[in-house]
Design a binder for this molecule. Structure first.
Ligand code: ZN
Length: 510
């Protein structure tokens, strides 16, 4: 479903008429704005002054609607599962908010994906007959179907490639036990999807991820990054359950367990929700957040916080345009991705559909807001050359009363919606932020609730992001080029993401 630019008070009448023509309203084509060929006006961009950026930050903070949006997004809608009614409600909610904020173009883009929902999971010890001390608490990981397996367990430490290999034949036919994270000094994190793949390749018939922090927390997540179901039952357990199984293993072997999992899975479609403030050129600055969450709680940290931030900055930027009558040089596009938690489906689809005709060339930079707290600094993944531009933004933001780290970050990783853009060489900007201590480790658990997020911090991050986006949309020269194909591979290697991309079958360089 798409909608017409109903509210464009600030837009000059003639430009509005052109916009209507370009978009073919009343029924705009589904993928309207990227296809709008001719820029409305050609004018030289003018960099905003630090006073202008400062004023944008101040006004953004004054009008904050983070709290009122959290009332609906988190308290009324809550968990937002793609293709289930909760996900649909969330899509409708952000769409209505963008329209209410006067964002001139709001539309949806559908994509196919493998929808998934949790049913049951249980783990029982078969031998030793006396079982283990305490209860075994598990939750299924995503994209796991229905299974009942009985097999011995093997302890694979953190489940890294080296540890799985060291176990040799013992993994074949066994259920692998692996801690969250990576051994000390390993040099990089190891994602659960990598571990599930490694265990599957080594012949395992089950996988149990053990949490590394004490307490009843069981972090879940998707078990495969591909568009497919797992070949084995993959579940997550709390710390105590993992320790109980390891205790049994230390006493006598084998320890046989019965792992039973039942879930719902179906091919389905769902929608990304998009909006934009059209610019004067055909270049685009995109800011996105994934709107979907895990099913276990409100998804407040992951990613209610980012969703609230993007709504907030869309409001602030639409207001800024309305107040000043300025039209940004580059289009500013807002994206609410669905299907992120099950494998970055929404953002992957978005990027893929813009590759064939090379529309991806139009993306001058993107910003991904996934897990947002109080802002601490700015960055650009793998791009030290972004420093002069980011320094100007820092000065403007400070003018608005928010002091950030002087140092500009260049680090980056994968596993969120910037990944498909990063892998096409599109410049990826970042606003680094800090969570409240209570929010540590709550992502993907039953504890990801509204009380742990920092709503004033999210409003500040949104204000900083609004200034960053406005500056990026109007900079005469951002100083950021899209990387060539060869350069993408080189930079990704520098960012330290070659291994996980290879493991996921996504490394396309020699
Ligand atoms: Zn997330």
């Amino acid at each position: 479903m798409s909608s017409c630019p109903v509210e464009a008070r600030w837009w000059p009448v003639w430009a509005f008429a052109l916009l209507l023509l370009a978009s073919g309203c009343a029924e705009p084509p589904e993928d309207l704005p990227d296809d709008a060929d001719a820029p409305v006006v050609e004018a030289a961009p003018e960099a905003p002054t630090s006073q202008e950026l400062g004023a944008l930050v101040e006004r953004s903070l004054e009008g904050s609607q983070v709290q009122v949006n959290a009332d609906t997004l988190l308290d009324v809608i809550g968990a937002r599962v793609s293709a289930l009614p909760s996900g649909d409600s969330a899509e409708a909610f952000v769409e209505r908010r963008l329209e209410a904020y006067g964002v001139p173009r709001v539309w949806r883009e559908s994509f196919p994906f493998l929808a998934w929902d949790r049913r049951e999971a249980s783990l029982e010890v078969v031998t030793p007959e006396e079982g283990v001390e305490g209860e075994l608490n598990i939750l299924s990981l995503g994209h796991v179907g229905s299974y009942e397996v009985e097999a011995p367990i093997v302890d694979a430490g953190y489940g890294t490639a080296e540890e799985i290999e060291a176990l040799g034949d013992a993994v074949d036919g066994a259920i692998v036990l692996a801690d969250v994270g990576a051994p000390e000094g390993y040099g990089r994190g190891v994602h659960r999807t990598e571990k599930v793949t490694l265990a599957t390749e080594a012949g395992a018939v089950g996988f149990i991820q053990v949490n590394t922090t004490e307490g009843p927390r069981i972090p879940v997540g998707v078990a495969t990054l591909g568009d497919e179901e797992t070949e084995l039952p993959a579940v997550a357990a709390d710390r105590a359950s993992g320790q109980a199984l390891r205790g049994a293993l230390a006493e006598e072997q084998p320890v046989m367990v019965r792992l039973t999992v039942d879930n719902w899975m179906e091919r389905a479609e769902t929608d990304n929700v998009l909006g934009e403030i059209p610019g004067q050129s055909d270049e685009i600055i995109l800011v996105g957040a994934h709107l979907d969450s895990w099913d276990l709680a409100q998804g407040a940290v992951d990613n209610g916080s980012g969703t609230l931030a993007v709504l907030e900055l869309a409001r602030a930027l639409a207001q800024h345009v309305d107040d000043t009558g300025e039209v940004p040089y580059r289009t500013i596009r807002f994206a609410f991705w669905m299907g992120e938690e099950l494998g970055l489906y929404g953002s992957r689809h978005y990027v893929e559909t813009r590759l064939d005709d090379d529309r991806i060339q139009r993306y001058a930079a993107i910003l991904n807001l996934d897990v947002v707290g109080d802002p601490v600094g700015l960055g650009a993944m793998g791009r030290p050359e972004a420093e002069p531009f980011l320094r100007q933004v820092l000065t403007g933001v400070a003018e608005g009363g928010i002091d950030l780290d002087e140092a500009v970050g260049t680090r980056g990783g994968i596993y969120s919606d910037h990944q498909p853009f990063l892998m096409q060489g599109v410049p990826v900007l970042s606003v680094r932020s800090e969570q409240r201590p209570e929010a540590a480790g709550v992502s993907h658990t039953i504890h990801d609730t509204r009380d742990v997020i920092d709503e004033p911090g999210i409003a500040r991050s949104a204000a900083v992001s609004a200034a960053l986006l406005w500056a990026a949309a109007n900079a005469p020269d951002l100083g950021l080029e899209r990387w060539s194909e060869e350069e993408i591979g080189r930079r990704l290697e520098e960012l330290g993401v070659r291994d996980p991309l290879e493991r996921a079958g996504e490394w396309r360089w020699p």
